[in-house]
Write a protein of this length. Structure first.
Length: 655
């Protein structure tokens, strides 16, 4: 993993180089190219670096000409060449070719507003020694994580919470309200995290510490026009294609080889085609294949690889492979998760790094930005049905939803009607698109112990989220409201943090996402919903511009979200059971009572159901993965206390 770490001592005590080294050691898991620190009186800055641009630029935090500004940086500023030219014309002189130095000069020229000119993915800390001022920033869509806490007159920050926990004065405890958010919304909602008093800087936000005062603000917001203000554009496809081509071009800037992830779906196939168009030379693509046809897309992957002439490698992933690496996965996610899907991507990133690649281009973000998920279809069907709830044929459209979930498809019509329910015309529920999902996931709260439920009281994660929605949310089209909930919360909180950045960076691999170029996101936000979903055809405009660039059978196939085997990865199937020591230990009733988070009897009933091969519903699988990942998190990050020496490096279950 690569990242940043540092602190500012507000009580005037000198910076501690040993603490900074231990913070960086918690981030430096495997494979980075170097690290560096800078000490300035009571301030310590450091980073663990993955060298991709300007390989000769050195590993230390970078300073400006007179040494008054220092920056520690994790990520990439993709438009650094254009910004460098602009700044040079204004009189700035550069000593390196790196994008890091562009941050320094852009801050000199534009101040805090410099981030509004960046096209990239970043978490950085800039120390302005002349003003005794710390400036932190995180990219617009939340690709790069950034956490902070205040403890004993000290502000600590890092790309990973485990780095902050190396400071002995920082308390370690679970935030049950953050856990309730995950067990309802699938993710915590920044600035809340799963740990008490550890805060996450939200996507598109900056933070300043000056004169002992902490201030955060949004420099960019995801937004959409009012429902009646969309303008049809005949050139919408041309504009989208042009921006995606340019976003891909910028994301191919690298001094090292760039590969692609190729899942076999529309998004990754299209990004691979754009990379192939920009780089006619040999192209490596990588994917995951499963034995179970419910999850496997390898036939489509091979079709695209042949069509685009990529040198393709598919990593075969079995349920036992997932069970084996799951503790490592949670060590890197640093939060409970409800699906095992990050585990195969962890293994895939390992294979990519072993193949000599540090950078991969992927299709993340297309579903959120251009309307690809079944939850958008579901909401459209429920609104259509709600205009005539007595209709006998309108609810039949529910059969068009989630074709990749055989258990759901096997349910009788009465169950589907009761679960999804129509949205009656005139009933105004701002978050109606996500109500069925949140209600299903919220049933996991019944697994929590009586003490935890008493602490939560009447806390409602859904109500708290509604209270954070922007004032203009109510004026957006219902389709855009659903998009916002996915892109603003689930995308950075789960897709990017658990499946994207964390799994790739665990093996020092950087993911790059053309669909998350903020220009693409802003253009897509202005598109009428019918250009994103025409009837029940998802990503309608993207499918149109992809014609001729990828195989038609891939372009036209229904969306199949990336998933992986869940309960069977830990318990196997009848006749072929799996046994993992960590599963037996952490889910033992005595251990559950000791940790105090889950109700032992309820958990035991679920575990026995899984051992019999009967935990097949989405709720059962989420409950098992959520409970096990929470127990792993407690074991790895909360149960271990600092060793007697001054500082202790982070201990893991396999250390």
């Amino acid at each position: 993993m690569c990242g940043i770490a540092g602190y500012v001592n507000g009580d005037g005590r000198p910076a501690d180089a040993d603490l900074l080294q231990h913070m960086l050691a918690a981030i430096r898991h495997r494979g980075p190219d170097g690290q560096g620190i800078h000490i300035d009186g009571s301030v310590g800055l450091g980073h663990v670096r993955l060298s991709i641009l300007d390989l000769a630029g050195g590993h230390q935090p970078m300073t400006n000409e007179d040494g008054t500004l220092w920056v520690t940086f994790n990520g990439e500023i993709f438009n650094y060449l254009e910004l460098r030219d602009e700044l040079q014309k204004g009189g700035h002189r550069f000593a390196t070719r790196s994008d890091t130095e562009v941050i320094l000069h852009a801050y000199e020229e534009y101040g805090d507003a410099c981030v509004e000119r960046f096209n990239g993915q970043w978490a950085f800390a800039l120390w302005d020694s002349a003003r005794r001022r710390l400036f932190l920033s995180r990219d617009r869509l939340g690709v790069r994580p950034l956490f902070y806490t205040r403890c004993d007159e000290r502000l600590l920050f890092a790309s990973e919470v485990k780095a902050i926990f190396t400071c002995p004065e920082v308390p370690r405890s679970l935030d049950y309200f953050g856990l309730a958010q995950i067990f309802t919304l699938w993710t915590t909602v920044a600035p809340r995290t799963i740990f008490e008093d550890i805060h996450e800087l939200p996507p598109g936000h900056s933070l300043v510490l000056e004169d002992g005062q902490l201030r955060t603000w949004a420099y960019w917001r995801l937004t959409y026009p009012p429902a009646g203000d969309f303008q049809e554009a005949n050139d919408g496809g041309d504009a989208l294609l042009g921006l995606l081509e340019d976003a891909t071009r910028l994301r191919l800037r690298s001094d090292v080889p760039v590969g692609t992830y190729l899942s076999g779906g529309l998004d990754s196939s299209f990004t691979t085609a754009l990379v192939r168009q920009a780089c006619p030379a040999a192209l490596r693509s990588f994917s995951v294949a499963f034995d179970d046809p419910e999850f496997d897309e390898s036939a489509f992957q091979q079709d695209v690889a042949r069509f685009l002439h990529t040198d393709h490698e598919a990593l075969a992933c079995r349920p036992e492979d997932i069970g084996q690496v799951f503790p490592d996965v949670i060590r890197h996610t640093e939060k409970p998760i409800l699906r095992t899907a990050p585990a195969p991507l962890y293994l895939l990133a390992q294979r990519v790094r072993q193949s000599g690649f540090k950078v991969v281009v992927t299709g993340e973000g297309a579903d959120e930005v251009l309307g690809g998920y079944d939850i958008f279809k579901e909401h459209k069907v429920r609104r259509f049905w709600g205009r005539n709830p007595a209709s006998a044929w309108r609810p039949l459209l529910l059969r068009r939803l989630y074709p990749y979930l055989p258990n759901l498809q096997a349910q009788p019509p009465a169950y589907l009607r009761a679960f999804f329910q129509p949205q009656p015309a005139g009933r105004f529920d701002l978050c109606s698109s996500h109500r069925p999902r949140w209600e299903l996931t919220g049933q996991l709260l019944s697994l929590l112990s009586a003490d935890v439920r008493a602490t939560l009281g009447d806390f409602d994660a859904r109500a708290e989220l509604r209270g954070q929605l922007p004032p203009e949310f109510a004026r957006w089209h219902p389709f855009c409201r659903a998009q916002y909930l996915e892109a603003r919360y689930l995308l950075p909180g789960y897709i990017l943090s658990s499946q994207g950045d964390r799994m790739a960076m665990a093996h020092a691999v950087e993911g790059r996402f053309p669909f998350l170029d903020h220009r693409v996101v802003e253009l897509a936000g202005r598109l009428p919903p019918r250009q994103k979903m025409c009837g029940l055809t998802e990503k309608f405009l993207l499918k149109r511009i992809a014609a001729g660039r990828i195989p038609d059978e891939v372009r036209q196939r229904p969306k199949q979200p990336y998933r992986a085997p869940d309960a069977v990865s830990f318990f196997g199937v009848p006749g072929r059971p799996l046994h993992w020591d960590y599963v037996e230990t952490l889910l033992d009733p005595a251990r559950l009572r000791q940790d105090g988070v889950f109700h032992p009897e309820a958990a035991t009933r679920l575990i026995e159901k899984a051992r019999r091969g009967q935990a097949q519903s989405a709720k059962d699988n989420m409950a098992l993965v959520g409970m096990l990942s929470t127990q792993l998190l407690i074991e790895q990050m909360l149960s271990r206390r600092p060793a007697p020496q001054k500082y202790a490096t982070f201990a893991t279950m396999d250390s």
